[in-house]
Design a protein around this ligand. Sequence first.
Ligand code: LLP
Length: 417
Amino acid sequence: MGNFMFHGVDVTDLAREYGTPLYVMSEDEIVRRVREVRRCFDERYERCSAFFASKSFLTKDMLRILMREGMGLDVVSEGELFLAREMGFPPEKIAFHGNSKTEREIASGLDYGVGKFVCDSQGEIALIDEMARERGALASVLIRVTPGVDAHTHKYISTGEAGSKFGLPPEAAKDAVSFCGTLRNVSLSGFHFHVGSQLMDNSSHLEALDVLLPLIKELDAERFETKILDMGGGFGVRYTEKDSPQGISGFIGGMVDRVEDFCRSNGIARPSLVVEPGRWIVSDAGITLYTVGSVKRLAGGGTYVGVDGGYPDNPRPALYGAEYEAVLANKAGLPPAETVSVAGKCCESGDILIHSIALPEARRGDVLAVMCTGAYNHSMSNNYNKNPVPAVVMIKDGAPRLSVRRQTYEEMFSGNI
Ligand code: LLP
């Protein structure tokens, strides 16, 4: 009876050594995917660069990998920028996003000299200009445009539809371009859009380009040359058999083709292109290990397999109805015996990690490995019910090492006065 192996490591050994819940990440898989994005984008086309969306997974080790591999970074808060700064991430390779940046955040971005601010409103542009002037700096900015397209994903991770809180509709974006022309300490280099996340194909991105490219052409005729077009992230992954994502090369390649064709046939210079993958790079590179606690068989049918984590380490099922596959790692060779629900340990009825999954008979002490948890799980972890944030173990060349320590209770309460 074999145990479940993840990138060459018996995960039951990891559960024993590091405790559970435990995030396990494969450095080899992250690197493979970073290189794949670079190969099918940065290196395949002229003037193209990928920025990793740090909101999906941000640790010191992740930054080390990105720096080694030469990938840029998208940050969305002072906290994300703080760690990048601590690690000496090259500022020119950082794009600062956010629909409601605070003055403090703008100040830290300016002081660190981030390469781009992706601006969400005219008011923000005015503030960046004023704060850059105080510092004798010139801030390079992109305007985020809301293309008004439906992203065919959960509405909470859809961002490009009309009325979205993100970005400016095309008409307002044009006004913002004119406004930038009146400012001295802001240099507008182009546009950004992000239609949503976990998208199975590039149809929404192409629809967005069909809005952005005519806008770029119109502005070109008015003598504003778009130097950069940032097409966001959103490249989907397979969580369960219900997902069948388009390959990354075709996904991104189709977008580049659309831009190149348009620019060629309209006689305008093709802007430099940017993509910002998050989930696609880290999701499949991670799993989460839990220990089974109570197994409860209801008289009326149905079984709850309770585990020692849940909402605090993975709020995605409760927030988006996200679905996952899992195995009982110490019974990986056994056939399924029953269909169960995997219950998280929080005092919330919505804290069900998996509503329905066929597993071998589960017993207290078994190790459950939930697949594809590398993106947005560690980064969205929280202390609800005062559960500590799990440790992160990183596997490289078949050797595991501790990458982030488990949060202690002292750390959890350290801010209390
Ligand atoms: N660029 C921008 C401006 C974004 O807002 C995002 C994600 C990305 C890039 C990266 O998207 P990705 O390639 O990872 O799909 N917490 C949610 C996902 C929220 C995504 C927010 N923005 C989840 O757990 O599914």
